[in-house]
Design a protein around this ligand. Sequence first.
Ligand code: 5GP
Ligand code: ZN
Length: 109
Amino acid sequence: MEKDCIFCKIVNGETPTKFLFENDTLVVFKDINPEAPTHLLIVPRKHIRCINNLTEEDREIVSEIVMTGRDMAKKEGISESGFKLLFNVEKGGGQVIFHLHLHLLGGWE
Ligand code: 5GP
Ligand code: ZN
């Protein structure tokens, strides 16, 4: 748990947020400022700053995040129409919250 990290607070239940899915590794919730009809965030419980900071021991976490992106797309009914999975990396890559998260975007007409 990183002090002053918004996503650590959400993951640890300090900021009440409805989880669409959760397990021991990660949680899934709606983006507060959606950029698509479906915009979910898949967030590991472990505080990792961004893709650059992944270590060998994080391989399973990354796998779980991506597979959950696939599963949530199916649950949301956007698998067939199509969707985007996106990691923003560091400020130049558009990252604003420095706790690793995967964006699931879709549901366009
Ligand atoms: P980034 O640009 O870091 O990849 O994306 C961070 C995302 O988190 C943004 O799309 C933003 O709307 C979302 N976000 C920021 N703060 C909160 C929050 O407190 N709750 C939720 N649900 N989403 C948030
Ligand atoms: Zn964090």
